[in-house]
Design a binder for this molecule. Structure first.
Ligand SMILES: Cc1cc2nc3c(=O)[nH]c(=O)nc-3n(C[C@H](O)[C@H](O)[C@H](O)COP(=O)(O)OP(=O)(O)OC[C@H]3O[C@@H](n4cnc5c(N)ncnc54)[C@H](O)[C@@H]3O)c2cc1C
Length: 427
């Protein structure tokens, strides 16, 4: 039987960041897919460059950004001032909605302001139990009903009262009354990602930067882990059995628990699926905006974005995202029908008129956004600790069952590698 000190499952950002930072060559990465990158992958087709879904980067740790960019010498990495908007009653409102209600018609502005001012009467803060309660309690009924609730219901494909107050963590653009009013005069739409970076050949370039110094012989592609014997510390893959001292997994935590034979309450883990259509047209569409949010329940998508407006190219190059429930599957005919509906909906909002679709690509991200609840947070913490006690470390967006960015994945993976490096150095 083969043996390795550190077995890494998954060659996405987390698995690669861990392997890159580990000061130990006795490591093997097994990846089920035929290429590295996980969700941070890029498709190049007919002259268009698309990610698996819109992936843009906002680094809070300059040293991580520098580390990556230094390894991308042949790439242009653009720093872009974000232009994100909301499609609302046939016009654009700047994102985030709650900071830009002064762009609404006067009667709607008054309604939003009134409900914002008296929010504590209708939704007392001490009765906030869920993400939905939080939206009403923080912003009042009108702002919640006009945008925050319908948009997030489309995205998460679930009842928002199921989600934890903190379901989006720092990714939620909070605003207090002062922020809202101040913005009437001095627009400060600065959210956590006021600027973003994007490499000219797509998000996968950050993954290539992470993998640059990893010996390719240490990455086994098209090899899936199918079961893990926690006692014997043996992983069985589609190709072989591997004895390990420690296993680092970035697969979704519920899958890992199943492969390890650890019993758990399946009802605690729920998530959405994002169906992505990447679409390339023969000519330009709307100018300027990078992405647009759609709260309208009658429109199929919740968000669309424009790569051509990032790179100033002359053919509309879009990603279109639809929120789906877990378990969603689509046959080739259904995908075709949904694509036709998407184009019809793009036409109805004026983004497409007599444009000709010249290239398209489809992918399902499953899971995409996990549903963070009190129960999931408690169970993830307990299960991760129990697994770690048996030499199995679950990391990454899905291994930690959370909402995070690739930078967060790198920080988490490096911290674990540092712990191994320290332990190894201490003998
Ligand atoms: C719609 C959407 C938009 C996003 N936008 C952004 C963004 O703009 N900016 C940003 O920073 N982040 C964004 N993210 C988050 C980002 O995609 C993730 O944080 C990151 O890609 C997660 O990397 P990971 O390695 O933890 O997991 P993954 O990418 O899921 O990698 C896990 C890997 O494990 C492999 N694997 C699973 N099971 C097995 C098995 N049994 N055996 C072997 N291999 C296995 C998988 O094939 C995969 O390659 C977005 C995510 C989504 C869903």
């Amino acid at each position: 039987m083969e043996q390795v000190r550190r077995l890494v499952v998954g060659a996405g950002v987390s698995g690669l960041a861990f392997t890159d930072w580990l000061q130990d060559d006795d490591v093997l990465v097994v990846e089920a897919e035929h290429e590295i990158g996980g969700y941070c992958r890029t498709v190049e087709q007919d002259g268009f460059v698309w990610d698996y879904s819109g992936h843009f980067f906002h680094f809070r740790h300059p040293e991580i950004e520098t580390y990556l960019v230094d390894r991308m010498a042949d790439q242009e990495v653009r720093v872009i001032e974000k232009d994100s908007r909301i499609w609302y009653r046939g016009a654009f409102v700047d994102f985030p909605f709650q900071r830009n209600i002064h762009q609404l018609p006067k009667d709607e502005l008054l309604e939003c302001l009134y409900d914002l001012h008296f929010r504590a009467e209708s939704h007392p803060p001490d009765q906030v139990r869920s993400f939905q309660d939080m939206l009403y309690a923080k912003f009042g009924r009108a702002i919640a009903d006009k945008f925050l609730v319908p948009y997030n219901e489309k995205l998460y494909a679930t009842d928002l009262s199921r989600l934890d107050v903190d379901a989006m963590g720092r990714f939620f653009p909070y605003a207090d009354v002062d922020d809202v009013i101040r913005n009437f005069r001095r627009p400060e739409n600065g959210s956590y990602n006021a600027t973003f970076t994007y490499p000219e050949r797509g998000a996968i370039q950050y993954v290539h930067a992470l993998a640059r110094d990893i010996d390719p012989a240490r990455i086994a592609l098209e090899e899936r882990v199918v079961s893990i014997d926690l006692q014997a510390r043996v992983a069985r893959t589609t190709h072989r059995e591997i004895r390990y001292q420690s296993l680092v997994s970035s697969m979704p935590l519920p899958t890992l628990l199943r492969l390890c034979g650890v019993p758990f309450d399946e009802s605690i883990y729920s998530w959405n699926v994002v169906q992505v259509f990447n679409l390339g047209f023969d000519r330009k569409g709307p100018e300027g905006c990078h992405w647009v949010y759609f709260p309208q329940r009658e429109l199929s998508f919740y968000r669309v974005g424009f790569y051509d407006n990032i790179f100033g190219t002359d053919r509309m190059s879009m990603y279109v995202e639809l929120g789906r429930s877990a378990g969603f599957e689509a046959s080739a005919d259904e995908i075709e029908a949904t694509r036709a509906q998407v184009i019809e909906d793009l036409r109805s909002v004026g983004f497409v008129d007599d444009h000709r679709l010249v290239s398209s690509h489809h992918v399902l991200l499953d899971p995409a956004y996990v549903h963070i609840t009190r129960e999931s947070v408690a169970d993830v913490t307990a299960k991760k600790a129990a697994l770690a006690g048996q030499g199995v470390h679950s990391i990454g967006r899905y291994g930690s069952w959370t909402y995070c960015s690739i930078e967060d994945n790198i920080v988490e993976a490096r911290a674990l590698a540092d712990a191994f490096n320290l332990a190894d150095a201490a003998g």
